[in-house]
Ligand binder design. Structure first.
Ligand code: SAH
Length: 276
């Protein structure tokens, strides 16, 4: 990426290549990058405040913004979901299961969670247990995978929605691209990714404390292109405190088809029916 950036100490980089070369330019550095990223989270409480960097109070606003976005996409892309067509989601970098518990479990029949920090995943398991009102017979967590995304390969064709929120900044560009390429195979036909992330105004910002990078919208779009993904829809999260990064939601598809077919499935169905 030909965009310049900086780290949290104000050190500037000409472009992303230079930064990645410095950070993960050989296998030892790469191992250290992921070890320190994980180490940061391993040292935090398994709480909403812990996974939201002390901003636990933005949870409700975050979930409301996500819900509006998710609902519009479900209505357009999965209008026939229901009893005969159960919906399955994957919550990536799920932390303590905040997004699953507050949102995904209400819309999906099964939700899998993938999270490398074991005490977070354990907290998710507890809070999603039926005795904690986290699940019912028809809306339940199914699998808990304790691995980082750069090592995770989903089962083929399992998911309608793969949700990726506030964790992809830990992955290098190379691992970002190979993760999404593998994960594409985990989608059902017509399935989508929803990526919700902090956005840098331009270029990127390297956070030396937790070993993550915040990318700009242009940076993300370049990566989507390399993954063979299309931004079908995007939306800015509103209502967050001024001092936080702006946050964007992207719905990403494997096919480049923002067409009539997707926008008006009911019309097309009735046309098909009248043709037979
Ligand atoms: N998505 C959750 C958690 C956000 S906190 C939510 O919105 O509430 C960031 C999470 O990313 C932490 O749980 C952290 O353990 C996880 N994470 C860190 N490195 C990761 C990696 N390489 N792969 C997947 N998740 C990672």
């Amino acid at each position: 990426m030909e965009v310049s950036g900086a780290d949290t100490d104000g050190h500037e980089f000409k472009n992303a290549e230079e930064m990645w070369m410095e950070q993960v330019g050989n296998p030892t550095k790469r191992t250290q990058w992921y070890r320190e990223g994980l180490g940061y989270w391993q040292g935090l409480d398994a709480s909403v405040d812990g996974v939201l960097g002390g901003y636990g109070y933005v949870n409700d606003t975050d979930i409301m913004g996500s819900e509006v976005f998710l609902k519009s996409i479900l209505a357009e892309r999965f209008p026939f979901a229901g009893k005969d067509r159960p919906l399955v989601a994957l919550d990536c970098g799920s932390g303590i299961g905040r997004v699953t518990k507050n949102l995904l479990i209400r819309y999906f029949n099964e939700v899998d969670l993938v999270e490398p920090v074991s005490h977070f995943l354990e907290a998710a398991r507890q809070s999603l247990a039926p005795e904690n009102n986290g699940a019912s017979d028809v809306h339940k967590p199914a699998n808990f995978f304790c691995v980082p995304l750069q090592e995770f390969t989903p089962d083929a064709g399992r998911y309608d929605v793969i949700w990726v929120q506030w964790c992809i900044g830990h992955l290098t560009d190379d691992d970002f691209i190979s993760f999404f390429r593998r994960a594409k195979l985990g989608l059902k036909a017509g399935g989508i990714f929803i990526l919700k992330e902090n956005i840098a105004k331009s270029g990127f910002i390297l956070d030396k404390e937790d070993r993550s990078i915040t990318r700009s919208d242009v940076y993300y779009k370049d990566l989507f292109h390399h993954c063979g993904l299309y931004a079908y829809k995007s939306r800015d999260q509103t209502g967050f405190p001024e001092e936080l990064f702006p946050v964007k939601m992207y719905a990403l598809t494997t096919e480049n088809k923002p067409s009539e077919e997707l926008l008006h499935p009911i019309t097309l169905l009735s046309l098909n029916e009248s043709a037979t």
